[in-house]
Design a binder for this molecule. Structure first.
Ligand code: ZN
Length: 576
């Protein structure tokens, strides 16, 4: 940092401290430091408790120069080249920080079929999904033999919860392999051509921790593969060629930018995907920051090429954030691991089904110890309370010397965390990254599968905040669409598809919900010094909304639109 920028920050800091005082020495009208841009004319929500609102925000060289009154900023920082932006009644906030999603999927989503259930897509029943797949094939003139992929399939919201099978797909797709990704992202339905391509047959044994649904009275797979049975297929899926990598990466990032997101997560990174991301970033593809979490299975391979000293630093807007491991599956897919049985049986009709751990506990313990010993942050996927118990045991083993040291552990989903486990999160300095969208998308399903009491405590953001935790909240894209207003809405309202409030006492305020995708998420990434709130010296990562989420009726939050997204002072997305 040079002397000039030190002085700028010092001046900005004094302006902030001196926000209400009039004795500040000013050289009338002559800006000592000219801002590139000054925003005024709308609400400015800073997410900074020390200065929650402001009239004006000045930006210079991609950073926030000052936050304060319009008179102060215009007299101190308005030069001849300063651009004045009139918000015209719109609201300026910190750019949203995505605490957990699967960025790599955004790269290919542009070339896949959206079969999300309404309102996010057309997948209301089997016929609608097949129709959408046919439309895609015909419009794009997909040649015989070429793979067709879809995302967002959810049997839980389909009539009678009757799932899609290979037979439903074979009729219209005899020659094209078709993979219809499950909304949980932990599995997919394959047609017969896809099963042939990826070597799945009656002779395929179900691996530990995996699910292969079979036709009644036979070993013949019926279509759905989940968890470890699905993982080998993921690694064989086609990747874009060199020319497509940059264009597709940019297109994927624009999905985030359109949602007001300026920092995205790649939440379970495999080695070839990281290499793709590094190549695309080096070629200038990245318009937002992307944080990658190498997955357990590929961790050693990635570490061999990317020494520990290179982690935690952005290169071409790409950073290795830490390691990722998955301890269970998804509650809606009945693969989340619980201490008590599902009330509706297992995915294949099993009795007394509690789900299963994703990997043997000895392997998990060895991996977590290695990550701790390397001093790297850890993201752990744990949904069911038995998976969270396993995490706590693992931590007590791997961190035996100092259980309460800050190790930057984030518990992705923490969906069915118990109150006693939340107390341990406090002691062990874990950050829960919740998924309150489940209240809407799967809340009714969870009430049936887990009972009202447990379902109503899903993603318990109120309890976590009251215990002093700083929870974040995510979309898990492509599990749910990238829609940060819907994320805030779900945390504030917790309304299900059928109109049930899933745990009224776990609702939070709009500001608390906003913090979960701004300042708390910045803490999760250890980037709170540069992101997550509007304060002088932080990056000018900003979003402009058409209305103020802190002022509209709670039910109207979901209707708020992103008008513009700004990364380090530069507009990267505009709604018009
Ligand atoms: Zn995920």
């Amino acid at each position: 940092m040079n002397v000039t920028s030190m002085a700028v920050i010092a001046a900005a800091a004094s302006l902030f401290v001196c926000n209400a005082c009039s004795a500040r020495d000013q050289t009338a009208g002559t800006a000592k430091v000219a801002a590139d841009t000054i925003y005024t004319g709308g609400d400015i929500v800073t997410v900074n408790d020390a200065q929650p609102t402001a009239e004006a925000l000045a930006v210079k060289d991609g950073k926030i120069l000052a936050v304060g009154t319009r008179a102060e900023l215009e007299s101190s920082y308005k030069g001849s080249a300063t651009v004045s932006v009139d918000l015209a009644g719109k609201t300026l906030l910190p750019g949203f920080i995505d605490p957990h999603s699967h960025y790599i999927n955004s790269i290919s989503v542009a070339n896949q079929v959206n079969v999300f259930a309404p309102p996010a897509g057309p997948g209301r029943d089997i016929a609608a999904i097949v129709a959408e797949l046919k439309k895609f094939r015909d419009e794009r003139k997909v040649p015989k033999g070429e793979l067709i992929m879809a995302y967002g399939y959810d049997e839980n919201v389909m009539p009678g919860k009757v799932g899609l099978t290979r037979d439903d797909l074979d009729l219209d797709f005899p020659d094209n392999p078709v993979i219809v990704g499950h909304v949980s992202m932990h599995g997919a339905v394959l047609n017969s051509a896809a099963m042939r391509r990826y070597g799945i047959s009656a002779a395929t044994k179900t691996p530990p921790g995996g699910v292969i649904l079979r036709k009644p009275g036979s070993d013949e797979p019926s279509g759905l593969l989940m968890e470890t049975a699905f993982l080998p297929i993921i690694s064989q899926l086609p990747h874009p060629n060199a020319e497509q990598e940059v264009a597709w990466s940019r297109a994927g990032q624009m999905l985030y930018a359109a949602a007001g997101i300026t920092t995205a997560q790649e939440g379970a990174t495999h080695a070839p995907d990281l290499e793709l991301m590094q190549r695309a970033a080096a070629a200038g593809a990245n318009v937002i920051d992307v944080v990658a979490y190498p997955f357990f299975t590929d961790f050693d391979k990635i570490l061999a090429k990317n020494p520990v000293a290179t982690w935690g630093k952005y290169v071409n807007r790409l950073k290795l954030g830490g390691a990722k491991i998955t301890l269970d599956g998804s509650p809606q897919g009945k693969t989340a691991y619980f201490t008590t049985p599902y009330l509706t049986g297992g995915p294949g009709g099993e009795k007394n089904w509690r789900g299963e751990p994703g990997f043997p506990e000895e392997d998990v313990k060895a991996f977590v110890k290695k990550v701790y010993d390397l001093g790297l942050p850890l993201n752990v996927h744990a949904n069911g309370d038995a998976a969270i118990d396993e995490l706590l045991r693992t931590h007590e083993y791997a961190a035996a010397g100092d259980l309460s040291k800050e190790r930057h552990v984030t518990v992705i989903h923490s969906q069915f965390v118990r109150p006693d486990q939340l107390d341990k999160f406090v002691t062990y300095k874990f950050t829960p990254s919740f998924f309150t969208l489940h209240a809407f998308y799967f809340g009714d399903t969870h009430v049936l599968q887990r009972g009202k009491e447990q379902a109503f405590f899903l993603s318990p953001m109120r309890a976590a905040i009251d215990k002093g935790l700083r929870p974040t909240n995510h979309t898990d894209f492509v599990v749910a669409p990238l829609d940060q207003m819907f994320v805030i809405w779900s945390a504030v309202n917790r309304l299900s598809r059928s109109g049930v409030v899933i745990g009224p006492d776990q609702r939070v305020t709009a500001l608390e919900a906003l913090k979960a995708i701004t300042i708390n998420a910045a803490y999760q990434y250890s980037e709170e010094a540069s992101k997550g709130s509007l304060e002088s010296g932080k990056l000018a990562d900003l979003v402009i909304l058409d209305r103020n989420p802190l002022k509209v009726q709670p039910m109207a939050i979901k209707d708020i639109k992103v008008v513009e997204t700004i990364k380090e002072g530069k507009p990267i997305y505009s709604a018009d």
